[in-house]
Design a protein around this ligand. Structure first.
Ligand code: IPM
Ligand code: MG
Length: 369
């Protein structure tokens, strides 16, 4: 198969982690007999510096013409005071929109090898396997009107939370479909006791659920869901929620399993899928070669699964991550005192080696667990 990828390293630790993820992808391609073509473009602060635009047209056109996009991270403190459209984040938000990527899938899985990284006791967090399905193109992020107006003490600001029936329908369908391949449970998270948007959301999700009688639907308010996520993370399967709630809950879920550096995401639904680690640009450690590349590597696994429909290849990458963690290899973010730490590049190398040897010896399936 021909895999045509655009890599958007972006800012901060983005370049370090995408380099390792692309390296793994090259190994997967050669081990499984695919042809990989990777082109690299600018986004975010890197694009602002070079072109004065966080999403230059060249980047956008290349992404639209590719099969899938891998993004590292966007965000640089240097541009924090820019107007909204000239912030690095604006490039990512526009890219999501231009790619029609309305469904953001964010798995949060507990790895027993990383038990010490979770703030929760082992018996509370063991078995946690959550898939957050976050609506990505609606709500407060994109709603119009929005503005900051006036001067001095009469300055005021507003945003608009807006959802239409088709927007809720399409994301609900994604969640129900995905639940079918898991434990057949969808929890829809809203704030229907206060917000009109959430009342419509709940109504539409409930109606859509009638088409999925094999999937059990429940509802929770976002405040209560946030608490349950910490108290009883194992009770969740698929969490379906709107844009802003999903942004918050997905970071929280990462904190619960103790592995923000391992969180991967897929933004799909449009013609081209966008894959990115959840961790962000982490400017404080950028350029030091110590960033955890596993979030980007697991994003590549999601790309293999969702864009290329290559589940064996995806499982191979996921098994490599588990095996390397089980072997005790840690980037600094995962290491506890006394544990030996390795660099981003060493981590990428270990994963690559594992993919290489497992493809060679055909132990892929056996090593999954
Ligand atoms: C995320 C990030 C983005 C978001 C930012 C960088 C715009 O926090 O992907 O979760 O809020 O969606
Ligand atoms: Mg976020």
């Amino acid at each position: 198969m021909r895999l045509r990828i655009i890599s958007l390293p972006g800012d901060g630790i983005g370049p370090e982690v995408t380099t390792q993820a692309i390296r793994v992808l090259h190994e997967v391609a050669s081990a499984f007999g695919h042809t990989l073509e990777v082109d690299e473009k600018e986004i975010g602060g890197a694009a602002l510096t070079k072109f004065g635009d966080p999403l230059p047209d060249g980047t956008l056109q290349s992404c639209l013409a590719a099969d899938a996009v891998l993004l590292g991270a966007v965000g640089t403190p240097a541009f924090d005071h820019n107007p909204r459209e000239l912030r690095p984040e604006a490039g990512l938000l526009r890219l999501r929109q231009e790619l029609g990527a309305f469904a953001n899938l964010r798995p949060a899985v507990f790895y027993p090898a990383l038990a010490a990284c979770s703030p929760l006791r082992f018996e509370m967090v063991q078995g946690t396997d959550i898939l957050i399905v976050r609506e990505l193109l609606g709500g407060l992020y994109f709603g119009q009107p929005r503005s900051i107006e006036g001067q001095g003490t009469s300055q005021h600001a507003y945003n608009t939370m807006r959802y239409s029936v088709p927007e809720v329908e399409r994301i609900a369908c994604v969640a129900f479909e995905l639940a079918r391949g898991r434990r057949q449970r969808v929890l829809s998270v809203d704030k229907a006791n206060v917000l009109e948007c959430s009342r419509l959301w709940r109504e539409v999700v409930t109606r859509i659920s009638a088409g999925y009688p094999d999937v059990q639907l429940s509802h929770m308010y976002v405040d209560s869901a946030a608490m349950s996520l910490v108290l009883k993370p194992t009770q969740f399967d698929v969490i379906l929620t709107e844009n802003m709630f999903g942004d918050i809950l997905s970071d929280q879920a990462g904190g619960v399993v103790g592995a923000l550096g391992l969180l991967a995401s897929a933004s799909i639904g449009g013609p081209v899928g966008l894959y990115e680690p959840v961790h962000g640009s982490a400017p404080d450690i950028a350029g030091k070669g110590i960033a955890n590349p596993l979030g980007a590597i697991l994003s590549v696994a999601m790309m293999l699964r969702y864009t290329f429909k290559l589940p064996r290849e995806a499982e191979c990458v996921e098994a490599a991550v588990i095996s390397v963690l089980n072997a005790g290899l840690r980037t600094p973010d995962l290491a506890r005192s006394g544990e030996r730490v390795i660099t981003s590049s060493e981590m990428g190398e270990k994963i690559t080696e594992w993919v290489h040897s497992s493809a060679d010896t055909n132990v892929r399936v056996a090593s999954r667990n």
